[in-house]
Structures are given as C-alpha cells and as structure tokens.
Design a protein around this ligand. Sequence first.
Ligand code: C5P
Length: 398
Amino acid sequence: MLAGKRVLLIIGGGIAAYKALDLIRRLRERGAGVVPVLTRAGAEFVTPLSVAALAGHKTYSDLFDLTDEAEMGHIQLSRAADLVVVAPATADLLAKMAAGMAGDLATTLLMATDKRVLAAPAMNVRMWQHPATRRNVAQLAADGVLMVGPNEGDMACGEFGPGRMAEPLEIVAAIEAALVPDQPLAGRHVIVTSGPTHEPIDPVRYIANRSSGAQGSALAAALRDLGARVSFVTGPASVPPPPGVEVLRVETARQMLAAVVGALPAEAAVFAAAVADWHVTGAAGRKLKKGADGPPALALAENPDILATIARRAEGRPALVVGFAAETEDVTAQASAKRLRKGCDWIVANDVSEGTGIMGGAENAVTLITETDAEDWPRLPKAEVARRLAERIARHLA
Ligand code: C5P
C-alpha cells in the first residue's frame, strides 16, 4: 500500500536521527520513494551521504542552496510528496512548526506544503513535558498535524519517561494510516456516461462529435478515489478510461441507454457523455457506394434521451441524477431550464462557445445548478472539476 507513494522525510537534529536511517530502509522495502531533507542540526547526527545512499535520492539541506532551488523549488519539493514526515521532530522543530517559522529549508517546506504532516517527536522527557512543548503539541494537533509517539523508556540522556522516538515500524504504520484516503463513497455504486457516440451510416461511416471523454474519465477517477464502485459507460472516446472502474464500451446512444439500464441500480448517475441527438434510420448493412444517383439522402430519427429516461424512471431511479449542459449562450438560464425539462437533480453547465477552448481542452469552467442554487466555479483543470463534483456527490449521498 506504500508502493509508489512519495514521502518527504525531514530529519531533525536528535540522537534518534539514526533511527531515521532505518525508517528510510523500511519505507523503501515497501516500495515508497523517500526524498530526504536534513536540518542543519540533523546533519550533526547523520551524514547527508548515508541518508542519500539509503534513500537512493539526493539529500536536500539548505534553503539557500541555489543549485537546488534551480533544480526544484521548495514549493514544488513539498507538493510533489504524498506525505511529509518529520522524524525525529525535536522540541525546536515542533516549536518552529507551531509558530509558523520558515527560516530554513525544512521549516519552509513545512509551511509551503499542501499535504498532511506526520511528526515523530523525540526529546528529553523534561523537554517533552515542558509547558511550552505541551502548548506547541496542542497547537499542532489543532493545525491538523499528525503525531506518532513518543514512547516511554530509557533515554539516551539517562532519564526515563516519554520522549523516545517511535520505532521505525510504528512510524511506517502511522504513515500507512495517514495515506489511506477518505472514502466517503465506499460501498456506493455510481454510473458515469462519457465520450461521444457514433451513429452508423453504414459499416464504415458514422455521425459523431468532438467530445474527447476527458471530463467523464476524470469524474470516474475522482469517484473511484472516494471509494465508489463506478460503472463507466463510454462511447468511442479519445481519452482512455481510468483504471479501477468497470468499463462498459458502447458505440451508439441506444447501446448507451441499454448499458446504463443494465448497470442499475445505482445511488448516483452522472451523464457526462455527448450523446448524438439523432441516428440514421435504416443504416446500410453494406458500404454505400458512390453512384450515378448522387449522394444518398440520410433519414434521421431521434435518439433516446438517456438522462431524461433515467431521471424520470418511476422505479429504481438513482437518488442523485446529474446531467451536463454544454451551452454557447445564456448558460445558466438555458441549463436551469434543461434541469427541469430533463427531470434531473443537478446540471453541470459549461460554456463551450468558440474561443473558450473547453471542448477537447484540459480545463473547464462550470456552473453547478442544483435545486436551489447556481454556483459559478472558477476555470479549473478538468481533474479538479471532477474532484470537486465527486466531493459534492459524496456529501449529498452522506
Ligand atoms: O440536451 P442536451 O444534449 O444538451 O443535454 C445534455 C445532457 O443530457 C448531458 O448530461 C448528456 O449526457 C445527456 N443526454 C443524454 N442522452 C441524450 C442527449 C443528452 O443522456 N440523447
């Protein structure tokens, strides 16, 4: 479960720093990557070379090392990690963290990170029990910093009591627990439609649209990340389906409807597909030939509206039905009307008019229309739109 995870390990200056070397080994045995950072005091106890050798990664040690800053800024360094671990976390480091000081590389990383921080305190028992440390630990807990240890036992200084750094395997267990994501959708089933549909004219030709499936794929991944079982009903999209979802491949709107109905029951269904409005009636079984009669006349018939069909189901309607609306003008008004017309609960509306670069692009600017509100979201990467929408769905189903 640690495989592929990246831990930014800040090694503070304490006698327990030698245990950080074993911690690096244990993490790497489990497939985690370790990016080590040594504080100036930490470097008095273990050498950058031994840390780098065990981590298989360069050791970072000074904010003002200009080569490092050029290679990788401290912001980037702190964000590329899945978790920041401070071991040993000395009284001095805890105090700086609690106060929000950022005078060196380690503390700057701790201030700049957007990831969770796990600290393994290690200090003399009296320092641990000192009111200043009590205050700092309480502040850090309030700030959301996780703690493992310290343990009680004989101390290097000859005293006995709490202050010994947790053992490397205890820290590994705490790291694993910290990395388990929240899964509010565990045990829930969600259907997502995605991509364009292809409506055949003959065996080799079809009517299609420019949908890439990017938003649908991102949404399926975000719902999966929150623990949902996802049935991903996709037309022939150019973006591949995410791993870890059940992929149901279809071509036409009619097949898409059948696949969605077959995937029911579900607690939620999100219709991100760009479904063709029409199909060609009596599509030819053989390739149409160019002939003396000129081009063939194509007769079109309306496709089923999958969203409306599911939203209006008397029985087995998902508790939450979400549609998308790609509009080019008057987005909120058009989409609100669409919400009522289709009978769905929410509509995710976006402006796909020329020049927005949204259709087929990497970003999306949406308005979420619910029963009561129209919320404009800022322009965001499609993955971030997906993450926010998945969280809203999880909250709604909670
Ligand atoms: O009517 P319009 O195509 O603008 O509606 C868009 C919404 O309806 C999307 O959520 C789309 O997936 C869904 N839809 C559908 N079946 C159709 C047409 C649209 O599910 N035939």
